[in-house]
Design a protein around this ligand. Structure first.
Ligand code: HEC
Ligand code: HEC
Length: 267
């Protein structure tokens, strides 16, 4: 047994040692913070974006760095996974990107405010969070399974149901297909895709979707390949677009000229 004095020394000594360790670790963490957060990259746009984030209570629905509410997606890596072009369109009119599905609030932000929000989210995505958030292990499998689900509970019966990949890959947010979607794209001149098989063969479609700006320099069509579209999805998209050709069904269109009465007319 310890004497009273020994117990006192043990208690005070132990407290001092562990308090010391605590101080050293705290100090060490604070030294690392500016590096891990890339503090030097906090531009005025990032700061303005953070203010918008707070004033609009985005955290009432979203988590960022894992903090916030669990109603809506975690946004730490959203710039990496979605891309800035996609986010710009999405924030301007969230419902247009996901016709007929659950909706995010439509804020009437100016273009500058949207850029600021994206700058802020971009900065967040580059903070070194020691591996957070972990990549969802099932994500790719789920996306692969998604086309088996009907794309929407929306109104008109379709001649040829639009596969879910047009929604997950965001195409339908900009392009009208079989009477669905297209709202966000109307503003920037995205044509309906029902008869694109008349203008593009397989090779041209693949090349275009893979990298639109390499084909048309100042196009407003974002490069979604690598962000929202992988190779399997690209194939599925192209197969579907070519399958809308009433003459050749699912095979690549060889002779796209001389069209009989178009099978599907937008509107
Ligand atoms: C009322 C709840 C709510 C609020 C408030 C809200 N959001 Fe959302 N947000 C959503 C929902 C729901 C989605 C998922 C949309 C979908 O999948 O159709 C979403 C999706 C998003 C996405 C796309 C994420 C992705 O990777 O798909 C971004 C970016 C986003 N919100 C940003 C914001 C910002 C910035 C604010 C604040 C200015 C905000 N949100 C406020 C509900 C909300
Ligand atoms: C942000 C809006 C937007 C999204 C999302 C989008 N596009 Fe586009 N797309 C456009 C615009 C705008 C054009 C017209 C391009 C131009 O002429 O500069 C276009 C053109 C095209 C064309 C050529 C059409 C023609 O008749 O000339 C094809 C094919 C196409 N997009 C396919 C897709 C596919 C497939 C997806 C999904 C992976 C997609 N787009 C997503 C905006 C978008």
């Amino acid at each position: 047994m310890l004497t009273k004095l020994q117990a006192k020394v043990f208690f005070l000594g132990g407290t001092a040692v562990f308090f010391g360790i605590f101080l050293v670790l705290s100090f060490d963490t604070h030294l690392k913070v500016p590096n891990q957060t890339n503090a030097a990259n906090i531009t005025p746009a990032v700061a303005a974006g953070k203010r918008i984030w707070e004033e609009n209570n985005c955290m009432g629905c979203h988590t960022l760095f894992g903090e916030g509410a669990y109603y809506a997606p975690e946004l730490t890596k959203t710039v990496e996974t979605r891309g800035k072009d996609w986010l710009k369109i999405f924030i301007k009119d969230p419902a247009a990107m996901f016709p007929g599905q659950r909706k995010m609030v439509k804020y009437n932000f100016t273009d500058e405010q949207i850029d600021n929000v994206i700058a802020f989210l971009d900065w967040c995505g580059k903070v070194d969070l020691n591996g957070f958030p972990a990549k969802p292990p099932l994500r790719d499998k789920m996306i692969a399974a998604a086309p088996q689900m009907a794309v929407s509970s929306g109104p008109p019966p379709l001649k040829k149901p639009v596969p879910a990949v047009f929604t997950t890959a965001t195409c339908i947010g900009c392009h009208q297909i079989q009477g669905q979607g297209g709202a966000a794209g109307a503003l920037i001149g995205a044509p309906p895709l029902d008869d694109v098989f008349r203008r593009y063969d397989r090779a041209k479609l693949v090349a275009w979707i893979k990298d639109p700006p390499s084909i048309k320099k100042d196009t407003k069509m974002p490069k979604l390949y690598g962000l929202a579209v992988n190779d399997a999805q690209l194939n599925e998209i192209v197969d579907y677009l070519l399958s809308l050709n009433p003459e050749t069904a699912a095979t690549p269109s060889a002779a796209p000229t001389a069209a009989p009465a178009p099978a599907v007319q937008p509107k």
